[in-house]
Ligand binder design. Structure first.
Ligand code: SAM
Length: 246
């Protein structure tokens, strides 16, 4: 059987393609790409010329069996997404699952991903962290995630589109303390790379003056204040303890 290679591609700066990624993309029999047009431009720039097969979230269920057939015939497939790591908020998961079921070796290559790049420069503790990917778009559905982040002692990371950023920060501000630190990492590895750091209030003020443009990763600092809300039973236990002390 062939191999499924999971190949990360740059999230902005073309120099971030690894030597191994370039070699695998050149040597594989096929490249399964999320968007063959976008990837065509990237591959051209890095000097890779190879056959591409389109594989995205809308055709992945039908395409996966076809790709499995190719892999079973002994051919290698390199899977890429538009940018960064395949599978991380991008298609790929279904194919990986199918390969595992079919005893086809899955070979992941290390490389760029926006969330890890943002995390290491955030200044927040990276152990533990929780990665949420994209949150639901509606404020009403974001609440349960923001509640978790508000109470979490892990650094929380999520992706957001620029045109939704202000609204999402406003919703977030209803769930976290005013002085809770957040970081918005913008345009990582690109010319306009920027880190907007501060309390949720300060960051909101910044975006009131500067319209969000480009790509963003948002990080919420761990809750070190232990401002965890107690469940009713925990509350009753605590009250009973106090009463006992008296
Ligand atoms: N697979 C990618 C990865 O490994 O990070 C993520 C793909 S997801 C469809 C695209 C989102 O990732 C963007 O909307 C943005 O939130 C984030 N992103 C990608 N590149 C970025 C960059 N250069 N700077 C900041 N965020 C980025």
């Amino acid at each position: 059987v062939g191999h499924l290679y999971l190949v990360p591609t740059p999230i902005g700066n073309l120099e971030d393609i690894t030597l191994r990624a370039k070699r695998i993309l050149t040597e594989a029999d096929y490249i399964a790409a999320e968007d063959t047009r976008t990837s065509g431009i990237l591959l051209e720039k890095i000097g890779v010329h190879n056959h591409m097969i389109s594989f995205h979230k809308y055709n992945s269920k039908q395409r996966a069996p076809e790709l499995i057939k190719i892999l079973r015939s002994g051919k290698d497939i390199a899977e890429i997404s538009d940018a960064g790591m395949p599978v991380i908020s991008d298609p790929g998961y279904i194919l990986v699952q199918e390969c595992i079921k079919n005893d086809i070796p899955v070979v992941p290559l290390p490389g760029p991903s926006a969330f890890a790049t943002a995390l290491i420069a955030s200044g927040f503790d990276a152990q533990p962290f929780t990665y949420y990917g994209f949150l639901p778009r509606k404020s009403s559905e974001q609440g349960e995630f923001f509640e978790k982040m508000a109470q979490s002692s892990a650094t929380s990371i999520f992706y957001e589109a620029p045109h939704r950023l202000k609204k999402t920060l406003k919703t977030l501000s209803k769930y976290i303390a005013r002085n809770r630190q957040i970081v918005c990492a913008r345009e990582l590895t690109k010319i306009h790379e920027e880190f907007i750091r501060g309390s949720i209030e300060e960051v909101q003020d910044y975006f009131a003056e500067n319209d969000p443009r480009g790509e963003f990763v948002i990080l919420v600092s761990p809750n070190t204040e232990q401002e965890k809300t107690l469940s009713w039973s925990e509350l009753i236990d605590q009250v009973n303890e106090l009463v006992d002390q008296d």
